[in-house]
Design a protein around this ligand. Structure first.
Ligand SMILES: [Zn+2]
Ligand SMILES: [Zn+2]
Length: 195
């Protein structure tokens, strides 16, 4: 996914890149804490233009994931959408302070200096994969929930409170804190004892 700087002008131009699931799986350096399926290619839409010394890139990433809700354990479709903006300055012969920056500036023609918001570029082609990877890492939820008001599972009988209520007596401790995985484990234990 490359950006050719000689084609840029002061007027924003739209560029669209699609990255398949494989692209993300290959670059994610640590497996995410939760399991999710990638249902569609990630789509990066950017508007890019240049000023005297800067390249300015404003974009949106969208994607479709299937994730497991951390409260009720249901699998649900998660629509991903995140906006980002990068101002990259001409490196103009300067050397980035960190070895990682030096490496990515020479490899990609771009290094990030402050998260994904600013960076330096050099040469005439910018390789965008590194930037897009960082954007996506920030956009994929670490603690997915199916909806803001998901009610979770009853810690006693395991019913999903999204589907109905139960007659269990509320425990003394606030039940919200209890992880649904712990709830399921407890229920399994109880079933094993009963049989
Ligand atoms: Zn839920
Ligand atoms: Zn219950």
């Amino acid at each position: 996914m490359k950006l050719y700087l000689e084609r840029l002008t002061g007027t924003p131009q739209r560029e669209v890149f699609e990255a398949p699931a494989r692209w993300w799986r290959e670059r994610a350096d640590s497996p995410q804490e939760f399991e999710y399926e990638i249902l569609a290619p990630f789509r990066f839409e950017i508007d890019v233009y240049k000023t005297a010394a800067d390249v300015i890139l404003e974009g949106t990433v969208t994607g479709e994931l299937e994730a497991q809700c951390g409260r009720c354990l249901a699998r649900y479709r998660h629509a991903l959408r995140e906006e980002f903006r990068l101002v990259a300055e001409d490196a103009a012969g300067r050397t980035p302070p960190d070895p990682e920056g030096v490496a990515s500036l020479s490899r990609d023609g771009l290094c990030l200096t402050d998260e994904i918001e600013s960076g330096w570029y050099q040469g005439s082609v910018i390789q965008l994969d590194g930037l897009f990877g960082e954007v996506l890492a920030g956009a994929i939820p670490l603690h997915p929930i199916c909806r803001e008001d998901c009610q979770g599972l009853c810690p006693q009988c395991g019913i999903s409170w999204n589907d109905g209520s139960c007659d269990c007596t509320p425990p003394e401790e606030p039940s919200q804190k209890q992880s649904p995985f712990a709830v399921l484990a407890k229920l399994k234990e109880r079933e094993a004892q009963d049989s």
